[in-house]
Write a protein that binds this ligand. Sequence first.
Ligand code: AMP
Ligand code: GLY
Length: 396
Amino acid sequence: MKVLVVGSGGREHALVWAIARGGDVELHAAPGNPGIAAAAACHPARADDPASVVPLAVELGVDLVVVGPEAPLVAGLADELRRRGVPVFGPSAAAARIEGSKTFAKDVMDAAGVPTARTLATAEPPCVVKADGLAAGKGVWVCRTRDELDEALRAVETLGQPFHLEELLEGEELSVFAVAAGESAIALPAARDYKRVGDGDSGPNTGGMGSFSPVAGAPDAEEVVETIHRPVLRELSRRGTPFAGLLYAGLMLTARGPHVIEFNCRFGDPETQSLLPRLGDGLLGLLAAAAAGELDGVPSPAADGAAVTVVVASRDYPERSESGTPIDGIASAEATGAHVFHAGTALQDGRIVTNGGRVLGVTGTGATVADARTAAYAGVACIDFAGMRFRSDIGA
Ligand code: AMP
Ligand code: GLY
């Protein structure tokens, strides 16, 4: 089987790694990264641009395209591939609006009867200000005080996007993924992501500084999929825009039960780096079955042990990203048994250098989260580059 993975981050490296475990497969990536290049042929395409990816997929004659990031999906990559007869794991642009438009997502959740934060008519603290549309994690302000709210309203106006106000939910967060095709959904094990840049959840929001799985005390993923994902999938089908791909629910575990903070239309990053090492080698079969719309009767994949992923970022992340700083110790980290997933790296004069904010994701595995955490930090200890930063409390 020939598979093309679209994207260039840590999530895509983990997807390529897990698909390659499935055995007899020829892997390609668009555009990939130096880590991905160890398992896949990397092609210089612009992931966000269907006009760049579709001809490549057709020319290669791939049997399946797996789309990593949201932007190409929102731009209609999956629609264009399906039109050309190329099987694809990833939703249509219409269904990807579940991530691309927060107003659309609220509307679908209300119609599906899925618990989420109430929309508020007036700006009073405490509340959350959310810009509509993709804002790469920068469009959300959690406001507990009047000052924070005033600041948020100023900032969202600068963005120049429509926005809405919603109830501030209190609790622990949880990410639950379902592999979906139409109204069928297969639950994957739950994971937790760390959004803030600093230890103890301090500092600004980021794309994610670490993750772990399983999450002790969390509700069962299958139960969450039954009460949250499947009603939303039925509502999307009813509207004539069925969802095929990965439906990601970002949840707040409130005293009144799980409430949806957001839906995403793709695998989470860095949760995927902690999920896939726990699954067996059946990922490719699962994604291909979803792409073919044949998920009925497919069992949830069994998950083993635990995994912890520590993101190693560049000096001023998330304010600025850096490139061209040489990275040492990747091979030594891998020799400890840790997985080193490349996120923002490049190859320069034969050396691996930084090329972005989140540089690497180091995943440790073990029987328990505590063992996996020890393994992940043993891997991180081998990595060295100028200005590297990471959280020291992932999985603690
Ligand atoms: P989002 O981009 O919607 O995932 O929001 C980013 C982060 O903001 C989430 O991971 C939460 O930590 C926080 N957040 C978003 N919405 C809410 C809410 N209604 N109540 C509390 N925190 C929220
Ligand atoms: N880890 C958060 C996300 O993928 O959106």
